[in-house]
Ligand binder design. Structure first.
Ligand SMILES: [Zn+2]
Length: 265
């Protein structure tokens, strides 16, 4: 049963991921979201079997069937990423389903899948353009507020509000002192949403995990470039994806490190 839920969510995630790719590619370009997809190189309209998420890209080895032009790995990365994230959400809430709490299962699964979808758009767009889209950020904040109000741990609404204020506070100071050079304001808004979603302990756990993940990647990138003898300063690393990863680690995978530390004391 649990396995079936995970597989269904994986398939749903890959289909939504395929749509999210279109959103990321057409966002702020003036193009609408309708219309069949076509090869960006030769403009041939794609057949249904060329549009199967993940599978088509793998079978065609990342090339267009008509003109053999390379298709960006962004497609398969976003599709498989969303698929895995969706599967994780379904598995996290599967116990509700098994215990017959269907409406709670559907409510939490759908809300978290919406949060994950918006997160994927923000992350992919930030990696591509080093920018956080304002509308996507607004959507993320709304999803965090709704989920914060529905909080199953019942830490009380005041804790959520305190979280929204104190979690981004140190970084707000950093933003003011560096005049936005060390950290973007969009990142601070994500931290405020995170603080509201989890309250102070979960919020700080989430941001801390995001920083650790970001640092590990940054150090790896610098090490890799210096091994290749690349003397250029590494380009700025998009930070939003790591903050969003932190939200997922705490909310879905249960890595609320500070709550555990406090629980041990
Ligand atoms: Zn083509």
């Amino acid at each position: 049963m649990i396995v079936a839920l995970g597989i269904l969510a994986f398939i749903l995630g890959s289909i939504i991921g395929s749509f999210l790719n279109v959103v990321v590619l057409r966002m702020n370009t003036g193009k609408n979201l309708g219309g069949r997809s076509s090869c960006p190189h030769c403009k041939t309209q794609l057949k249904w079997y060329e549009l199967v998420p993940i599978v088509s890209w793998l079978i065609q080895k990342g090339k267009c069937r008509t003109c053999k032009a390379k298709i960006s790995s962004q497609y398969v990365l976003v599709e498989s990423g969303a698929a895995l994230l969706f599967a994780g959400v379904a598995l996290k809430f599967a116990p509700l389903f098994i215990n017959g709490l269907f409406s709670s299962f559907i409510l939490y699964t759908i809300l978290w899948m919406i949060l994950v979808s918006i997160g994927v758009v923000i992350a992919a767009y930030d990696i591509k353009y080093q920018l956080i889209d304002v509308r996507a950020l607004f959507g993320l904040a709304c999803a965090c507020i709704v989920l914060g109000f529905l909080d199953p741990t019942h830490i009380g609404i005041l804790s959520h509000i305190i979280g929204a204020v104190i979690v981004p506070l140190p970084f707000l100071v950093l933003w003011l002192l560096s005049k936005g050079r060390l950290i973007g304001f969009g990142d601070i808004e994500i931290m405020a949403a995170t603080g509201f979603l989890f309250g102070p302990t979960g919020g700080f756990s989430s941001v801390t995990l995001g920083f650790w993940a970001g640092s590990i990647i940054a150090i790896s990138v610098v090490a890799y470039q210096s091994r290749k003898g690349n003397k250029e300063t590494p380009r700025q690393i998009a930070f939003a994806p790591f903050l969003l990863l932190g939200i997922y680690l705490v909310g879905i995978l249960g890595f609320d490190i500070f709550a555990r530390i406090l629980g041990m004391m």
